[in-house]
Design a protein around this ligand. Structure first.
Ligand code: X8Z
Ligand code: ZN
Length: 632
């Protein structure tokens, strides 16, 4: 996604355009423009500046995106050098524009639109560099290098190297605590630790850049992107967390009990925190992988797993042995199912180039960044996803997530450059997830993945809700703490000699988990999570977890659904599609509360719809946890 996509690229390319030596559309140097209006800029000057900035940014973005795409889908020295060079240019350009935008902010008589765009120019930089000689180049070099290090990263399993997408999948299926520990430790040691020094430098450079732009530090800059004062945003995050925390606390206690029953006191004690590698995910961020361990016996058993359903219908995962002609076929078909959902709501099919240019599976012959992302390379319709798809439930859901980004991008593609974005970044992350909440058993029957006879009855509702909670509720504290860590790193509360301790402390405080072995400051565990080396802000995913339930409830209300919320699927409902499109096509043209209101009728982000969705599960969990010590 432009602002998402450019993630690695994002950090840099979000705003992009030629810097000091860049010409505007009249062939004038941008620096000269600055000085010519410095004395007494008018509202008309501000309008002209914004128009010029948008044209330059668009041109640069369209030129740079292919370089970033290449760097993530074909990692080598050359692609990294090209990407770093664009990264440097993009950073310089965005910093120059932000500095220039600041000069117009207090001009009398600015239109609301121009005032908003000037503010966007000031805030829409993930990693600013100071204007000092060589700083942007060094920053781009470091961030490109970190992205490549993550992409090439390997852990071990039984002493053999294993790549990122394979180890991720294996963490969900292995039930051998020693194997899990080996994978967890090797991944964190091999991928995270070597990044520590570069990351320390990156923080210093970005902070110097943020200060030049008038922010106390880079975290304050990140928190300024939500149509409210930065401090209010931090408070909003905490408030939302407190709304949903009781649900997490119950889930934590319940899952800890089940893990203790499965593995025994030596591996997972009855009380205290949970061992991080036992939760079915490298980062313990989503726990659906171990649903089988926690599934209530008898009536709660779901009786189906989407990965198994796909395999039963002949979807076969590509392996090194797969014939050339067959490679990626099933994985592409999984994406077709996702497209089908959007089509059923009335959205146009994806362009042909999506199917020929996307990366659906991990190539055999080169290193790539497997972490899923969605792109719009020309800010029009060169939409693509980049994944290393596996035939399993997680990736089926992630496909919908990524397509949500692509359909959002296309819906707003006729807006001006600075409005080519989500209402806020949490909205962008929530759209595909909202659709994925509609993947109910009844929907799976409708698309022929499940037989009617397999549909779980109402007696299985607890199981269905618990399966969802393992992903959706479990994620919340992780979604919150990743940027609590970065905000602390950027503002100095977590100094460089405590990077790892700061991370482990937050993991304990919010998630109630501990690493399977002692960690010390020779490690850098945050680096083992994609978004840290990728420099993608993470608060967006926390917001999205909350927002997707608000969107889902609004869609189900619009569809006239009367049953329990979690059984609602709005598949095939064109009215919902029309309503959704109305929000998507706004892009970032209005403050996010306006967009939220357009779709849900409310202007507040709220945990209530999520709590309503899980209410029957909450009652059940409390009963299961009776007499157990809660917390850690
Ligand atoms: O990074 C992602 C997406 C790409 S925007 C796959 N997500 C977060 C993560 O994997 O950590 C989606 C859920 C949270
Ligand atoms: Zn996303």
């Amino acid at each position: 996604m432009k602002n998402l996509v450019s993630v690695t690229a994002l950090a840099i390319a979000v705003i992009s355009a030629p810097a000091h030596a860049v010409q505007n559309d009249k062939g004038e140097m941008m620096g000269q423009q600055t000085s010519s209006v410095a004395s007494a800029p008018t509202a008309a000057d501000a309008d002209a500046f914004v128009a010029r900035a948008e044209a330059d940014l668009l041109a640069f973005s369209n030129e740079a995106q292919p370089a970033f795409w290449l760097q993530e889908t074909y990692i080598n020295e050359d692609s990294e050098a090209i990407a770093a060079s664009y990264g440097e240019k993009g950073t310089k350009m965005s910093v120059d524009l932000a500095l220039e935008a600041a000069k117009y902010q207090d001009v009398k008589g600015l239109s609301a639109e121009t005032a908003r765009k000037l503010n966007m120019l000031r805030t829409a930089i993930v990693l600013p560099a100071p204007t000092s000689e060589g700083a942007a180049k060094e920053l781009a070099g470091i961030s490109t290098k970190l992205s490549g290090m993550y992409g090439k990263g390997k852990g071990t399993l039984k002493g053999e190297p294993i790549n990122g997408s394979d180890i991720e999948a294996k963490m969900g299926t292995s039930r051998d605590p020693d194997e899990l520990k080996e994978m967890w430790v090797s991944w964190h040691d091999n991928v995270g630790a070597p990044m520590r020094e570069d990351y320390t430098k990156l923080v210093a450079i970005a902070n110097a850049g943020a200060k030049e732009l008038g922010y106390s530090d880079t975290g304050a800059l990140w928190r300024s992107n939500y149509d409210m004062p930065a401090d209010d945003f931090a408070a909003t995050m905490d408030k939302l967390w407190l709304e949903v925390k009781p649900l997490y606390d119950e889930l934590h206690t319940f899952v800890r009990t089940k893990l203790n029953e499965k593995y025994g006191d030596d591996v997972q004690p009855k009380q205290g925190p949970i061992r991080a590698d036992l939760l079915g995910n490298m980062w313990a961020q989503e726990w659906g992988g171990i649903y089988d361990i926690v599934a209530p016996p008898g009536s709660g058993e779901l009786g189906y797993d989407i990965g198994d359903l796909l395999k039963a219908k002949g979807y076969t995962e590509t392996s090194p042995q797969t014939d050339d002609a067959e490679r990626g076929k099933s994985e592409k078909e999984m994406v077709r199912i996702g497209e089908g959902f959007f089509s059923s709501l009335g959205f146009e099919p994806l362009p042909e180039t999506f199917w020929t240019r996307s990366q659906f599976i991990k190539p055999r012959d080169r290193e790539v960044v497997c972490h899923a992302s969605a792109w719009d390379l020309d800010n029009k319709d060169d939409l693509r996803i980049k994944m290393c798809i596996k035939v399993n439930t997680d990736d089926f859901v992630t496909i919908h997530h990524e397509l949500g980004h692509n359909y959002y991008q296309r819906a707003y593609n006729d807006k001006s450059y600075l409005h080519l974005n989500g209402a806020n970044d949490g909205f962008h992350e929530a759209i595909g997830d909202m659709l994925a909440l509609s993947i109910t058993p009844e929907y799976l029957v409708q698309i022929g993945l499940m037989d009617q006879s397999q549909v779980p009855g109402a007696d299985k509702d607890t199981g269905l809700l618990l399966r969802q909670a393992m992903d959706k509720v479990a994620f919340l504290p992780f979604g919150l703490l990743v940027d609590k860590w970065r905000w602390g790193v950027f503002n100095g509360d977590i100094p460089a000699d405590q990077f790892n301790k700061g991370w482990t402390d937050l993991r304990l405080k919010y998630q109630g988990i501990v690493p399977p072995v002692e960690r010390d400051e020779s490690k850098f565990d945050p680096g083992a999570k994609y978004h840290i080396p990728g420099n993608t802000p993470y608060a967006r995913y926390f917001l999205a977890r909350i927002l997707q339930f608000q969107f889902y409830k609004a869609a189900c209300d619009a569809a006239g659904w009367k049953g329990p919320l979690h059984r609602c699927s709005f598949y095939g409902n064109k009215d919902v599609g029309t309503k959704l499109n109305a929000m998507l096509e706004m892009g970032a043209s209005k403050p996010w509360p306006d967009a939220l209101e357009a779709f849900t009728g409310t202007r507040q982000m709220s945990g209530k719809p999520m709590i309503e969705y899980f209410a029957p599960l909450m009652t059940w969990l409390k009963k299961q946890n009776k007499g157990k010590t809660k917390g850690w």
